[in-house]
Design a protein around this ligand. Structure first.
Ligand code: NOJ
Length: 513
């Protein structure tokens, strides 16, 4: 288990939209390097960069055409190596995005695999043995070549599924994970990991980590596959950290992942908090966090004490936090995100409350996700300081509102969301009880019009974190004794007998005696 994960706080960068330094309208590695000090000053000490490899960009780079070469729009492999080195100088670890489930149709492996003659890559993808048979319950590509078969796709139809075998096999063309083809696919993916880890990257966010072995309803085959990967990784790269896009920590952490995300899909009730008609973090008080709390505790129990359950502020696949949680409510959402166990992940721009840009035409397979991928708003200069390219050339159009938030405007303002986030990351770094591995005990579960409150504990330190998003004061039963207030927003808590009362729209952190 990499030690650096004990207090890692991640910042996700969608590289297309972060900072463009060569005026082509698209962000680049040099842009990320230029902003490393900004990221560090905000208290983040780790990055996740979305896929930056050669690609036709049918799905924003999640359709890789060469796992070993970065896309020229971002720079060169040497530039990425420099990014790793510059990040490390500042104490920042860097995760790349590994897409093991599928490639682009342009990947040379797929071109070889489409050939009717058997070759080294014939079994690299999931093929049926007749063009007239489609794989069950999956989309597929048919009649693209002379090979007689249909090729399963893993996501969009431009993303043929790599072959890691079938757990339950009912057709002759379905291979076992132990067959030669699936084993070679896994070995090829391990080599990709070795290449970047040797170059200086610190691990991977793994795309659709749950999708590898097919016809695997309980995930047993995929869990076993990841256990094999981790046996090797732990030997060769013990400091490499891996976070899965799985959404079921009880499974992914069993596979060996160090961290799993709770996401907008899966059973976690994540959406109840930030992304539904009545989110818990809304001052209307109609939202309900209690199912989330229940599921969270179950997952934590099953996942064991070493795995980290990570709750992101958002990501490139969902609407922006600011679409559902407004004004000061965002500060309560961030209090939660930055005081929970597990490594926090903040999506670029969420720290200033960037808005979801409505009604954009899809860019690079983004569809409704496009509005959450608009270029970062740095200042009030042209294109909000993102790029010197003409406005029409920007990768995605920016928030057109005159009052769009920017970093430049929020940095000097002590009450800004940006400084709020900074204050909380600093508090987290200063208090072991607030860090990634500390324990948690809920004392109020965020039912409608109720506080969300929990004790955090580690290394002899015990704290109470409590939030009330509702526009009226609320109280919850509590017999612990509040000590020094480490943090208050919207007013202090008051303790009367066996109850703690919180002012309207407030968040507090107290030391417990
Ligand atoms: C999940 C990624 O986050 C998403 O952006 C992508 O479209 C799919 N996986 C397919 O790779």
């Amino acid at each position: 288990m990499p030690k650096w994960l004990d207090n890692a706080v991640f910042y996700e960068i969608y590289p297309q939209s972060f900072l463009d330094t060569n005026a082509d309208g698209i962000g680049d590695f040099q842009g990320i390097i230029n902003k490393l000090d900004y990221i560090r000053n905000l208290g983040f000490n780790a990055l996740w960069i979305n896929p930056c490899f050669l690609s036709p960009f049918g799905d924003a780079g999640y359709d890789v055409a060469d796992y070993y070469t970065v896309a020229p729009r971002y720079g060169t492999n040497e530039d990425l190596k420099r990014l790793f080195a510059e990040a490390h100088k500042r104490g920042i670890h860097v995760l790349l995005d590994l897409v093991p489930g599928h490639t682009s149709v342009e990947h040379p492996w797929f071109r070889e695999s489409m050939k009717p003659e058997r070759n080294e890559y014939s079994d690299r993808y999931v093929w049926t043995d007749s063009v007239w048979e489609a794989p069950e319950n999956m989309g597929c590509l048919r009649a693209l070549s002379q090979r007689d078969g249909s090729c399963a796709v893993n996501f969009f139809t431009c993303q043929p599924a790599l072959n890691y075998g079938y757990y339950n096999r009912t057709r002759p063309w379905q291979q076992s994970p132990e067959d030669e083809g699936p084993r070679a696919t896994l070995e090829a993916m391990m080599d990709v990991m070795r290449f970047w880890l040797t170059m200086g990257c610190d691990g991977f966010r793994v795309d659709m980590a749950m999708s590898l072995v097919k016809n695997d309803p309980d995930g047993r085959g995929t869990i076993a596959l990841w256990q094999k990967v981790f046996n090797v990784l732990e030997q060769e790269f013990p400091e490499a950290a891996m976070v899965s896009e799985w959404g079921e920590p009880e499974k992914s952490l069993q596979g060996g992942f160090h961290m799993d995300f709770l996401l907008h899909f899966g059973p976690s009730h994540y959406n109840d908090l930030f992304r539904c008609q009545e989110p818990y973090f809304s001052d209307r008080g109609l939202g309900d966090a209690s199912k989330f709390v229940e599921r969270y505790l179950e997952s934590r129990e099953k996942a064991g004490k070493d795995g980290l359950i990570c709750i992101p502020s958002g990501n490139h696949d969902m609407t922006r936090l600011a679409k559902h949680v407004e004004g000061e409510e965002k500060k309560l959402a961030f209090t939660f995100l930055l005081t929970m166990p597990g490594a926090p992940f903040v999506y670029y721009g969420d720290e200033i409350g960037m808005r979801y840009v409505e009604n954009l035409t899809s860019v690079e397979g983004g569809y409704e996700r496009t509005g959450a991928r608009s270029p970062m708003q740095w200042d009030s200069c042209v294109n909000a300081g993102f790029s010197a390219a003409p406005k029409e050339k920007l990768y995605i159009q920016q928030d057109p509102a005159a009052d769009r938030p920017t970093v430049a405007q929020q940095l000097p303002d002590p009450d800004s969301l940006l400084n709020f986030v900074k204050q909380l990351t600093q508090l987290r770094q200063a208090h072991p009880a607030l860090q990634n591995r500390g324990g948690i005990h809920f004392v109020s579960n965020g039912a409608p019009k109720q506080a969300l409150a929990y004790e955090r504990e580690q290394a002899g330190e015990k704290l109470l974190v409590a939030m009330n998003p509702f526009r009226e004061a609320v109280a919850f039963p509590y017999s612990g004794k509040l000590g020094e207030a480490l943090f208050t927003f919207g007013g202090a808590a008051s303790q009367k007998g066996e109850a703690v009362q919180l002012p309207p729209v407030s968040a507090v952190i107290y030391r417990l005696d």
